[in-house]
Design a protein around this ligand. Sequence first.
Ligand code: ADP
Length: 474
Amino acid sequence: MFPLLKTGGLADVAGALPLALQQAGADVRVLLPGFAPVLADLEHAVLVADVVSPWGSTSHLRFGRLRSSGLPAYVLDAPHYYQREGSPYEDAKRRAHADNHRRFALLGWVGAKLSHGLDKTWQPNIVHSHDWHAALTPAYASFAGAAGAAPVQVYTIHNLAYQGLFSRAQFVELGLPAKAFAIQGLEFHDQMSFMKAGLFYADHLTTVSPSYAQEIQTPEQGCGLDGLLRERSACLTGILNGVDETVWDPAQDPAIVATYHAQRPQGKTRCKAALQARMGLAVQPNALLFGIVSRLTEQKGLQLVLSAVDDLLAWGGQLVVLGSGDPALEQAWRQLAIDHPGAVAVHVGYDEDLAHQVFAGTDVTLVPSRFEPCGLTQMYGLKYGSLPLVHRVGGLADTVEDCSLENLDSGRANGFVFHPFQVNALRRAIERAFALYKRSAQWRAVRSGAMRQPLGWEAAASQYMALYRSLLAK
Ligand code: ADP
């Protein structure tokens, strides 16, 4: 949950959605694993219960208020699981923790306990779990067999490609009934899939864009779960994520050298010069500057950019990349910067402030993902007037309209879209970006429209609220 801990977009959503729901009138509480920054942020904590897991470990469930956001929060205080070096999933040498099945099953176990009255002072009527990490919540809840009205279980897929797969032997440790290890359950090719547990046992499913909700029902993008998703399509809804405008707003962003907004965009010129200088690029105001802020993984399609970059540079462009991930991709980008000093700059690592500076300083944000459940960086590009150039897929297709003549005419254009996922299609989209940039009045008009687009969380929150109400009315 941003700003406490973040490896990608899930943290941005977890940080913003509960607050947006609260503003829409919901009585929201969050449940989080007690990673060090989370526990340190919890104020006025009281012990709710000592919880014994099915495999016999004891942890403390605390309830308090998060200092950073004011949100009421349950935090699982289990130092033997959550107080470790490295990322939430891996050790400092990037190896997955051997007990990840227990670390995240515990979250689901406690989610299910809270569903069924663990806190005598507060009872949810909707329990909403996010991604494979929390996906055992509806599974444990469905086997809890508790008396009384059970809350509605909603489960959101943030990325179907990360499933939380574990062995049959690990399944046996988790205390679910043996019958759950079946096709009609959470079994997936003789493994246990946390993701499938969410998809199978939740009452309602959502995912983070309308296009992705359709795409995951096809064999191409279903990651082997498209059959189940087709069966459940009547209770699968796509709701587009929003932008946390308290964090991502060029008019009041402390991480950038000059603030700006659609009516007064001048500050963006200073941001561009500062970014070029910081990153060792030639400080040229008129060079079309492309930016990438991304995890470096196969999903993000950046191989395609490596294939098109010679043209981008030949046409006078510059490129700045901020990313980390796959070591081979990190190395490929480092090499590109060495080969093109002054024109390509690469920062391998994770840097929140620099991410803001890249969106503020660039003219175009590149998001050529092979698949993209929603994507947040193209929306940050829109907010910061860095026109997104995207592959037409998932949430990218739902948020970016190409600068075709008809879209320019109607005022819908806000970026550049290519399809199919091929280097020639990308190259032509890059060419369109240069063509529009030459028509500077038109460029400014499109950029201004992009920056004024409403992208906040209100729309998503009201759709979730309508969904919750309709589920409760059933
Ligand atoms: P995903 O969740 O697949 O990584 P999203 O576009 O939904 O993709 O969200 C990515 C989030 O992670 C954004 O907030 C983006 O700014 C941030 N991000 C990705 N890579 C980096 C990085 N190297 N440094 C800083 N922020 C990054």
